[in-house]
Design a protein around this ligand. Structure first.
Ligand code: ADP
Ligand code: GLC
Length: 482
């Protein structure tokens, strides 16, 4: 049996702000249980739902030196769907009303603490990982501490480390002096070949430098991040480690995202009966959100964090033109930057029968949108993988995407001459290029309904479950652990 420990800052069903949580909550379940014992470690946030906290039981606690203080480290444990989860408990660090705060220095402190505490906890939980699988900058210090500070203790020798990049934009950066103080790492570590990048300390870079292997969440993004345009300043180190870097496509949980059994949607459907059944979800959603009730209108869904990553500048640029001229309905669900939230609120006021802005987080509504919409718009500036378009495909909502990162790897552009493709795509980050693509999709929807339905057929027939990708992770684990 090989022990693989996932360490991450969020994971379904305990806490979620985005796709990282979906991955951490679903991939461990798909790794072969006969050969691997996969467990997950994450912070115990006070903002977790009480129902989830009630599942946790106390394991142990101790005090650890950190940031010149002796800090409490509590370990809790829960088992869900056959996976053991550990939680790191410290009220000073994780008593926040959202999982992440806007205080960059505090974020560095709490996740540096988390990284050191997870390693320190290992000898006390009766589970020695053969490999630690780290996710995103919040865990970037784990490979650093593991390969350096913890090597004095034989317990840690030989433990391998993988660093998975879900989003290169977030790196955990702060000035070197503070980070030296907080982490207790000496000046030796803060040079450009280790944790320093552009004069700052950079936690993700630490993870990239010290991990045994690096992965990211799609093959195209793995190539893109080696270029200055997508490299977020770390393309140099990623090129240097290109041999140890690979892209493994994310999957989605096919039990959770299944239109045939989904209890969150009013009318369930499948690949055989979607032509009749799916539209009932549209009518129901129009009623619920106060949109004009019309089963024939082209409904575009958007479920997303409202950040520039997701291409909202393009949408903002042409929204007025499209809402005033096109026979469309737009249903938005998301939270994020004020400028985008306000943009959608404005259009909701102005075109109340055409656009519904839902500026909040709701698992229920997200499923209803995937089930009801005809198309799903995701014109990202960059996209490491993207799960929303995979969910959309499974619910017969045709993705309209920009050809970048995982969107390029998962959505095959419609070719009307060959009768192939599962969605619509455009290549340049240009608002009118996006608009023309949406209008092209509209024209197929309105004028060639049979062809449209075949696009849906092909999309629903695709398999984006974890099966294949879990296999690729296992090959990598075996290669590293031997
Ligand atoms: P990212 O991780 O960059 O936000 P992904 O496409 O990988 O993007 O994953 C986003 C996940 O979060 C999807 O499961 C999507 O349905 C969900 N999501 C995003 N915003 C909301 C929201 N406001 N309410 C419910 N679910 C949301
Ligand atoms: C990040 C990326 C997204 C990816 C998700 C899960 O949040 O923005 O593209 O799907 O992580 O890997």
């Amino acid at each position: 049996m090989k022990n693989i420990l996932f360490v991450a800052s969020e994971g379904v069903p305990f806490i979620k702000t985005g796709g990282l949580a979906d991955v951490v909550g679903s991939l461990p379940k798909e790794i072969d249980k006969e050969y691997y014992d996969v467990r997950v470690f994450m912070p115990k946030y006070s903002c977790m739902r009480q129902e989830m906290k009630d599942k946790m039981e106390y394991v142990t606690s101790f005090y650890m030196d950190f940031d010149w203080k002796s800090m409490y480290v509590g370990i809790m444990k829960a088992e869900v769907d056959g996976i053991v989860y550990y939680f790191l408990d410290n009220e000073d660090m994780f008593n926040t009303w959202k999982p992440y705060t806007d205080d960059a220095l505090f974020e560095i402190r709490r996740f540096a603490f988390f990284s050191k505490a997870v390693l320190s906890a290992l000898p006390n939980i009766d589970y020695r990982p053969d490999l630690i699988h780290c996710h995103d900058w919040q865990t970037g210090l784990i490979p650093v501490y593991l390969k350096e500070r913890f090597q004095d203790n034989p317990f840690y020798r030989g433990i391998k480390c993988v660093m998975t990049i879900h989003n290169l934009r977030f790196q955990g950066k702060w000035n070197v002096q503070d980070v030296e103080n907080i982490t207790g790492l000496s000046g030796y570590y803060f040079t450009p070949d280790k944790l320093e990048a552009y004069k700052d300390a950079n936690l993700l870079k630490g993870g990239i430098v010290y991990a045994d292997a690096i992965t990211t969440v799609s093959p195209t993004y793995a190539e893109e991040i080696k270029t200055p345009y997508y490299g977020e300043g770390l393309d140099g180190i990623l090129r240097a480690r290109a041999h140890d870097l690979r892209g493994i496509l994310n999957g989605i949980d096919y039990d959770v995202f299944n239109p045939e059994t989904d209890q969150r949607i009013p009318y369930r459907f499948n690949a055989q009966n979607f032509r009749k059944e799916k539209v009932k979800n549209k009518l129901e959603l129009q009623k619920e959100l106060g949109l004009r009730e019309d089963e024939k209108v082209f409904m575009i869904g958007i479920v997303s964090r409202l950040t520039d990553q997701k291409g909202f500048d393009l949408i903002a640029y042409v929204m007025e033109e499209m809402l005033s001229q096109d026979a469309i309905q737009v249903v938005v669900l998301g939270t994020g930057e004020d400028r985008y939230e306000n943009m959608f609120r404005y259009f909701d006021e102005k075109y109340s029968d055409k656009l519904a802005a839902n500026i909040y987080y709701s698992e229920d509504l997200s499923h209803k949108i995937y089930a009801a919409s005809d198309a799903f718009l995701m014109p990202s500036l960059f996209e490491p993988c993207g799960l929303s378009q995979l969910i959309a495909l499974r619910y017969g909502s045709v993705p309209i995407v920009r050809e970048t990162g995982g969107l390029k790897d998962t959505v095959e552009p419609y070719n009307e001459y060959e009768g192939t493709g599962t969605g619509f795509s455009f290549s340049n980050y240009n608002a009118h290029e996006m608009m023309h693509t949406v209008r092209y999709a509209e024209s197929i929807f309105y004028d060639k309904k049979r062809d449209w339905n075949k696009i849906v057929d092909r999309g629903m027939a695709k398999d984006f479950s974890w099966k294949k990708s879990a296999g690729q992770y296992q090959v990598m684990y075996d290669w590293l652990i031997g």
